[in-house]
Ligand binder design. Structure first.
Ligand SMILES: [Zn+2]
Length: 104
């Protein structure tokens, strides 16, 4: 877990700062819907606020998934020695929780 590659993989995503005062009412190139406010993204495409939020959220999801994998690997590595109760409890908090009324 102390491998530098792993640490680099766990960089926190940063929210892109767009100038929303320059937003224009047009189709979003990401979701394809017309929005009152779209801005020009880094890739040259128009992006709406909803897609910006979705992008940022999914970057965090990816980070958490990687963190869980690393913690699970760490747990496997140190399974033999020491009390891993705290790490197990932490992992259980990070596992996906099925919302009430939803079936997986
Ligand atoms: Zn969009």
């Amino acid at each position: 877990m102390t491998d530098t590659t792993d640490i680099a993989a766990l960089q926190r995503p940063t929210r892109k700062n767009y100038d929303w005062s320059k937003a224009v009412w047009t189709d979003c190139d990401h979701c394809g819907e017309a929005h009152t406010g779209t801005v020009l993204a880094d890739d040259g495409a128009r992006i709406c606020a909803g897609c910006c939020d979705a992008e940022y959220f999914s970057a965090w999801e990816d980070l958490v998934e990687r963190a869980i994998q690393l913690l699970e690997a760490e747990l496997q590595t140190h399974h033999e020695g020491g009390n891993m109760t705290r790490l197990n409890r932490l992992l259980s908090y990070l596992k996906p929780v099925t919302p009430k009324g939803e079936k997986r």
